[in-house]
Design a protein. Structure first.
Length: 367
């Protein structure tokens, strides 16, 4: 009896990764593949009589996925969760959302409880796993996908974004507007996310390529021990950091004319604090962020930011984890599928918060 073809077989025939097969055959037109790549995948699938699992069929309906998020106070994660749930629901799947509150012990509890009781069919991480050794053991029998972070040494498939490129794109935009002094404001660099450091690295590399001195870039980061979601009501930690560190920068007389928040909520805090000091944006300062979440659209002024194709990446993550899960069920004694790592290019969204650098000697109005 002939073995039923899998996406791995199609990937080998087409000369592409398994995740590329999943995205092409899911009909995701926003995934950035050439027409030639799409044609090769479709042709290989037809030659092998391969039937994609990523449809609302009995092989998918009722599957439960574990989605781990470090917080819901940041709109980026709230939008990510909503997007994953909506797409999974369209396939007939269910998503169990577990908010770790940035606590590794909660992450371990959720993994141990849900995986060892066989309550889920796959895992989607939205942050770097705190227990790589536990992850390596679990992924032998449980498919897992990481959204958004880029770390080559983790034994996990990932839907990545180029944070270094994102930082460079923002720096290029501001440099083109005449800015030569910059302030990068970030939440702490820690084990939950490499994106913060990578965005800073991209900014720094661009400035060095253009022969600007290292001291043209100020960096402001709070003590890592202060990172918490235990703030009153729905106050965002990132927003609070943006306000507090901007106030400190103004007090010490920063020379920066361009302020970059590590994400949109940090940038929103920067905008609010500048406004409270009577500073004009973009007249006195330009402000930019990352993520392109909804608050960036309604901010006053609207925020220049980086879009990371959240909808595309979320659907790709669901598609990939379901494809891996089906492959594990069908593989039996075959070798494990290779780890797939996809990367999306960031996109600059120019809005009202960025403009030409203030002219030398002009001053900063009320600032």
């Amino acid at each position: 009896m002939n073995k039923r073809p899998t996406s791995i077989d199609v990937a080998k025939r087409a000369g592409v990764s398994q995740s590329t097969v999943s995205l092409v055959l899911s009909g995701n037109q926003r995934a950035t593949f050439s027409d030639e790549t799409r044609a090769r995948v479709i042709a290989a699938a037809k030659e092998l009589n391969y039937e994609p699992p990523l449809r609302k069929t009995r092989s998918v309906i009722g599957r439960r996925l574990l989605l781990l998020t470090p917080t819901l106070n940041n709109p980026f994660y709230a939008e990510l969760v909503q997007t994953v749930e909506q797409y999974a629901d369209s396939l007939g799947c269910h998503v169990l959302v577990c908010n770790t509150l940035r606590k590794p012990e909660l992450e371990r509890y959720y993994l141990h409880t849900l995986l060892h009781n066989h309550q889920v069919s796959g895992i989607i991480y939205t942050f770097l796993p705190s227990y790589p050794e536990m992850l390596e053991m679990e992924t032998r029998t449980m498919p897992a996908v990481l959204i958004g972070e880029k770390r080559s040494d983790l034994p996990i498939c990932s839907i990545e974004l180029s944070n270094e490129q994102a930082g460079a794109i923002l720096a290029e935009h501001l440099y083109g507007l005449g800015h030569r002094s910059f302030l990068f404001i970030s939440t702490p660099f820690n084990q939950f996310s490499l994106a913060r450091q990578q965005r800073l690295d991209g900014i720094r590399q661009f400035l060095r390529r253009h022969s600007l001195p290292d001291d043209c870039l100020e960096i402001s980061v709070p003590d890592a021990r202060t990172e918490t979601d235990n703030l009153p009501g729905s106050v965002s930690y990132e927003y609070t950091v943006g306000r507090r560190l901007t106030a400190a920068a103004l007090e010490r007389g920063t020379k920066a004319t361009a302020l970059i928040g590590v994400n949109d909520m940090t940038a929103a805090g920067i905008l609010a604090e500048l406004k409270s000091h009577g500073c004009a944006v973009p007249g006195d300062f330009s402000v930019c962020g990352f993520d392109n979440v909804f608050p960036s659209v309604i901010a006053q002024p609207s925020l220049t930011t980086i879009d990371h194709h959240l909808s595309v990446r979320c659907s790709a993550a669901v598609d990939l984890v379901l494809s891996l899960e089906r492959g594990m069920r069908m593989r039996s004694e075959q070798p494990a599928a290779p780890i797939s790592k996809m990367e999306y290019a960031p996109r600059l969204i120019v809005r009202d918060s960025s403009g030409p650098a203030p002219s030398a000697g002009k001053g900063r109005g009320a600032c």
